[in-house]
Design a protein around this ligand. Structure first.
Ligand code: ATP
Length: 237
């Protein structure tokens, strides 16, 4: 198994003359839950869109597992599942029907067993006949996560998935991510604008500020580091 499931080298992104990401380099260990912390507008979504292949960098490199060529990268990208920006659900269709649509889009065929197993995995099996518009926000997040999991990804990219969830919803979602990581061997990259939200689950962290990566640190070192304590103090102001 590769030591790192994903590496980013000197990534830059410009929109016109505006620099949104500046020489971002990071390494995501295989099996980790990697927390990306950054304030609103720091560049988290932009970075995740590039990692997921939804947008192209201006310069720099993204390397998945050990892919050395463009063809290998295309193959490796199939091992990524992502939830970026608001969940796109068909509100008048049921939970199960929404998953069928995702299957047709991403896997090319409908597979009822796989859809049911995935709903079981995210704790939505009992709601499978409910229309998406009648789901709570936490359930919608789970449905979105189920869509991202349908093709058995090795890496999940989650852009602020806890947004809008109540404290109980956040705890339940966290437990689900820990389970996916431990039982299904899925590495996870997850963003948030607050460290608190990730400190119960992340094994590694990086801090993005104005498009620059300030620091990359493991969970065991974070509380030892004076810089990190400073970052945490600032966060609480
Ligand atoms: P938030 O936490 O608010 O979602 P973020 O860290 O995800 O913020 P991004 O959405 O990546 O930040 O945005 C980073 C910067 O890039 C912002 O200044 C934003 O206005 C700019 N930006 C993002 N997309 C575009 C675009 N398509 N065209 C121009 N500027 C953009």
């Amino acid at each position: 198994m590769e030591e790192y499931i994903l590496k980013v080298n000197n990534l830059c992104k410009k929109y016109g003359n505006t620099i949104v990401l500046q020489e971002v380099s990071l390494s995501v260990p295989t099996g980790s839950i990697y927390g990306l912390i950054g304030e609103n507008g720091a560049g988290k979504t932009t970075l995740f869109r590039i990692l997921a292949g939804l947008s192209r960098q201006t310069s720099g490199q993204v390397v998945l597992a050990n892919a050395n060529t463009e063809a290998e990268m295309i193959k490796e990208r199939r091992n990524i599942g992502f939830m970026i920006e608001a969940p796109a659900l068909y509100s008048n269709l049921s939970v199960l029907e929404n998953l069928y649509i995702s299957q047709l889009q991403y896997c090319g065929k409908k597979d009822t067993d796989c859809a049911n197993q995935t709903l079981e995995l995210v704790g939505l099996y009992g709601q499978k006949q409910k229309r998406a518009k009648h789901l709570s926000l936490g359930m919608k997040q789970r449905l979105s996560l189920a869509s991202a999991l349908l093709h058995n990804p090795k890496l999940l990219i989650l852009d602020e998935p806890a947004n809008g969830l109540d404290p109980m919803g956040i705890i339940a979602f966290r437990k689900l991510l820990l389970k996916l990581n431990a039982d299904n061997n899925i590495s996870i990259i997850i963003s948030s604008h607050i460290l608190d939200e990730l400190e119960h689950i992340a094994t590694d962290y990086s801090f993005l500020h104005n498009g620059k990566l300030l620091k990359e640190i493991s969970s065991s070192d974070i509380f030892k580091s004076a810089d990190s304590l400073e970052l945490m103090k600032n966060r609480k102001k």
